[in-house]
Design a protein. Structure first.
Length: 402
């Protein structure tokens, strides 16, 4: 059995996309998973390989199919089959329903996404051991879900993951520890720490963080590293509803928001269908302006009285579209954008925090070991001092050669 270990794994199970990152590798795919109860995916023709002979360890990230064992402690439990990520997206031409449920983090589909990502990151492993999986929850759901989510994550999972030859490859995934933090903290850690988890940016004042996601927008502020009570702001209308849907409704064709998103990211504000070109540049600019104005207005209303906020950090994938306009409307607040792949900012923060916690634990263990050694030496010295001298203890090792 080939076992691979991840000391720290950062996981961002976003509403719009899933981001998973190790120190050296990262992965992104649409935050979609659908259970397949019948049909070709559940068909027995997808053989589960029981031997490594002729094993093909290649997987298609655009055709992820995973079977998740219902109860890893019981062999008789059935596996549930899911389509994941782009494979769900590519089966539809019109819009897909992304989950905005309050209980999203309790749903089995979330674990299907997570486990699929781990399988892709470690294609050759029969078993993946994750020493610390670091992730976050939106602040408004943090207290409600943190304990149960942590308990569900710290588990031993059995899965079958489909390779490019339509064969299910059995894998085991063990999560030894899960660290759950409020999501806003992750971008804060990304901003103040280097990649080894060492604080390199001195933040003595206040910092606001605005995380611009596809389906949600979360804002939170810190002062000297502590959450400012009353500062969190959450919007359930991200760029999908306020920008992509507005564009979608303005067009004369039924095209998915994901196709519109892809065109915008390619900086092509038009769609060509059967030789007909549909331009949406004007409506896009209008929608961006309205959303940026509304975000800025909410921030001003909530944060204007927090005089300790010196800077606002704009992050998240949608910051590529919205930063300039938000910065314009928030003229009274100095704004800074995370330029380095902003949609991975939370994941980088999780990784950096994981390394910082690992170093902290190592230092604690070193101090404890040093203290224990010192105590043992002191105890030995006291014992020697208390006992009378015995000449029989003076032995010399002698080697006799014949």
């Amino acid at each position: 059995m080939r076992i691979e270990t991840a000391n720290v794994l950062g996981v961002d199970l976003g509403y719009d996309s899933v981001k998973i990152k190790t120190k050296d590798k990262e992965l992104l795919f649409p935050s979609l998973a659908e259970e397949e109860e019948r049909g070709v995916l559940a068909d027995a023709s997808f053989e589960v390989l029981k031997s490594r002979d002729n094993l093909v360890e290649e997987f298609d990230p655009e055709k992820m199919i995973i079977q998740v064992h219902g109860n890893p402690s019981r062999e008789d439990e059935k596996f549930t089959t899911y389509r994941v990520g782009d494979y769900v997206l590519n089966q539809r031409s019109s819009s897909i329903a992304y989950s905005l449920s309050d209980d999203k983090y309790e749903e089995p589909e979330e674990f299907a996404k997570l486990l699929s990502g781990v399988c892709l990151l470690y294609p050759k492993a029969d078993k993946v051991v994750i020493n610390n999986l670091v992730t976050g929850l939106p602040i408004k759901y943090y207290e409600k879900h943190k304990s149960s989510f942590k308990n569900k994550l710290e588990n031993n999972f059995k899965v079958h993951f489909k390779n490019i030859n339509n064969e299910f490859i059995p894998k085991k995934i063990e999560v030894r520890q899960a660290t759950i933090i409020p999501q806003g903290l992750a971008s804060y850690y990304d901003f103040i720490m280097n990649k080894e988890g060492v604080v390199t940016t001195n933040m003595e004042g206040g910092l606001g963080v605005v995380d611009l996601g596809g389906l949600t927008i979360d804002c939170v502020a810190f002062n000297n590293g502590e959450l400012i009570k009353g500062s969190p702001i959450s919007f359930n209308e991200g760029v999908r509803k306020r920008i992509f849907k507005r564009i979608q409704d303005s067009l004369e064709i039924d095209v998915s928001q994901d196709i519109i998103k892809r065109q915008i990211l390619k900086e092509e504000d038009k769609i060509k269908v059967r030789n007909e070109v549909y331009d949406f540049s004007d409506i896009k600019e209008y929608a961006i302006d309205r959303l940026a104005r509304d975000i800025a207005l909410q921030i001003k209303n909530r944060w204007e009285s927090y005089l300790m906020i010196d800077k606002i950090l704009i992050t998240g994938g949608a910051s590529l579209l919205l930063f300039d306009k938000i910065n314009e409307y928030l003229a009274g607040f100095p704004c800074e954008q995370i330029h380095n792949n902003p949609q991975f900012s939370n994941c980088r923060g999780y990784i950096k925090l994981g390394f910082a916690l690992h170093k902290k634990n190592e230092n604690t263990e070193t101090l404890a070991t040093s203290s224990e050694d010192k105590n043992n030496k002191d105890e030995a010295k006291r014992t020697d001092d208390e006992q009378p001298y015995d000449s029989s203890q003076d032995e010399v090792a002698v080697t006799i050669e014949e």
